[in-house]
Design a protein around this ligand. Structure first.
Ligand code: IMP
Ligand code: MG
Length: 179
């Protein structure tokens, strides 16, 4: 285990197994509809995207958005699109792939944006859900795991851009971010 981690919450095996279940559920849910475009929010969701997409038995497309969020002046939070999708989403089924939903501000904005562009449907899959921290009401259609209110890293999730490559999800030692 990495020395900066105090405990492992979800092992790689547990995550892989859960992504298998989510993939099967997504496959069944879209089976009679147009296959979705999986919209991965960079960079944190790339491991989750890869793991879940392997288990979706539909001709999905993959696309990416990079977003910066701030909550400074505006209590609702604001997002800036650093990298936009390659394609038009009009009449498409969109499945947003996110690493973690915390306050919900980011996902609410992204969902509203894609709906305003004419998507047929916009659903959300998040590997982790920190439900305790929610401020914006936003439905998460597929949740990997409920996450305790602790700062977690690994399997795509970072602290200061590091620890994304850990194969598991763990709690970061407080001394790392308080020093
Ligand atoms: P929200 O807009 O508050 O829901 O913020 C979600 C974003 O905050 C995620 O995409 C992550 O980048 C980041 N985030 C929230 N909690 C954690 C955590 O425990 N570890 C790493 N990143 C986190
Ligand atoms: Mg993120």
């Amino acid at each position: 285990m990495n020395k900066d981690i105090s405990k492992i919450l979800f092992t790689n095996e547990t995550i892989v197994e859960r992504c298998r279940e989510l993939g099967a559920q997504i496959t069944a849910d879209y089976a009679k509809d147009k296959a979705p475009i999986l919209v991965s929010i960079l960079k944190g969701s790339c491991f989750f995207l890869a793991e879940v997409a392997k288990n979706i038995d539909l001709n999905v497309e993959l696309d990416f958005m990079d977003i910066a969020s701030y909550s400074g002046t505006n209590s609702t939070g604001n997002i800036k699109i650093l990298m936009d999708l390659d394609r038009d989403v009009n009449d498409e089924n969109i499945l947003i792939i996110e690493d973690i939903i915390d306050t919900g501000a980011t996902l609410k904005k992204v969902k509203d944006l894609l709906e305003s562009r004419g998507a047929r449907s916009v659903r959300i899959a998040a590997l982790l859900d920190k439900a305790e921290r929610r401020e914006k009401e936003v439905e998460v259609n597929y949740v990997g795991f409920k996450c305790p209110n602790e700062f977690v890293v690994g399997f795509g999730l970072d602290y200061d851009q590091k620890y994304r490559n850990l194969p598991y999800i763990g709690v970061l030692k407080e001394e790392i971010y308080t020093k």
